[in-house]
Design a protein around this ligand. Structure first.
Ligand SMILES: Nc1ncnc2c1ncn2[C@@H]1O[C@H](COP(=O)(O)OP(=O)(O)OP(=O)(O)O)[C@@H](O)[C@H]1O
Ligand SMILES: [Mg+2]
Length: 241
């Protein structure tokens, strides 16, 4: 092959690689939009079954929760499109960087956040695959939203800490608040509304452990992703994925 032909061939291979990445990214965006749509429909069903008028505050919170989920996924795709190779293949997603952005965005956009401060800390090097990043992001978004809604019923400004660290090849992600904690008769592994059910379902998808520690100084939820790289992400709503 002469030089000109080889260069043409290299360019074609590069273009094919970039086309593959583009179509994979589009596929992922479509899946995530379907996920959010499914979640929103479940929320609509739940509100319908409650069979009572919503207060203005409740309606506002419900819509803001949907907006927060859309923003979470949008932020994730922005990060993926900035990442070398679109976060596909080797590199993955820097979860710490993503969670830092997510905390800032939730603090600034969710009106019921009030003066609550959301901080983020990570040990660095918390990389996840793109298919793991979405469930983790939605879990954190859900837990932070819950903390904003319930940790301080009196309305005082609280503190929420989000952290991630790598441990022995696995990852630990924690959301902690300094509020009232869960009531004693509440079992977070089986009780709760749509939010806790979705959190449990997403953790199951990830093959991750979920631990709740509730006490006088608030609630900590810890998600541990094992070192086992082959943890597959199974569809939350199989008929939609
Ligand atoms: N950080 C928290 N502090 C205190 N109580 C909490 C906290 N998080 C959740 N809870 C309690 O757990 C319950 C279940 O939460 P869950 O997210 O499942 O439902 P929800 O937020 O009420 O509704 P949604 O289905 O829209 O999420 C809440 O109604 C609340 O009483
Ligand atoms: Mg909730």
């Amino acid at each position: 092959m002469d030089v000109e032909h080889r260069e043409f061939g290299d360019a074609a291979v590069r273009r094919a690689g970039s086309d593959d990445r583009l179509s994979e990214a589009q596929h992922r965006i479509a899946n995530n939009l379907a996920l959010i749509a499914g979640y929103t429909r479940l929320q609509a069903t739940r509100l319908y079954k409650a069979d009572r008028p919503l207060s203005a505050r409740e309606a506002c919170i419900a819509l803001e929760e949907v907006a927060a989920r859309i923003e979470t996924v949008g932020e994730l795709h922005r990060l993926l499109s900035d990442a070398p190779g679109h976060g596909l293949g080797g590199g993955g997603v820097d979860l710490g960087r993503f969670l830092a952005k997510l905390c800032t965005s939730l603090m600034q956009t969710v009106s019921f956040a009030g003066d609550t401060v959301i901080t983020h800390r990570d040990s660095g090097g918390c990389m996840v695959r793109p298919d793991q990043a979405t469930p983790v992001a939605l879990i954190v978004s859900e837990l932070v939203t819950n903390a904003l809604k319930y940790a301080h019923p009196t309305g005082v400004a609280g503190r929420i800490r989000v952290s991630c660290r790598s441990v022995g090849g696995g990852l630990v992600v924690e959301v902690t608040d300094d509020g009232v904690g869960l009531s004693e008769d509440f079992n977070p592994l089986s009780d709760g509304g749509l939010g806790f059910r979705v959190v449990r379902g997403l953790a199951r998808q990830l093959g991750a452990d979920l631990v709740y520690e509730s006490g006088d100084i608030g609630l900590t939820v810890r998600l541990t992703l094992g070192a086992d790289e082959e943890h597959r992400v199974i569809p939350l709503w199989p008929d939609r994925d």
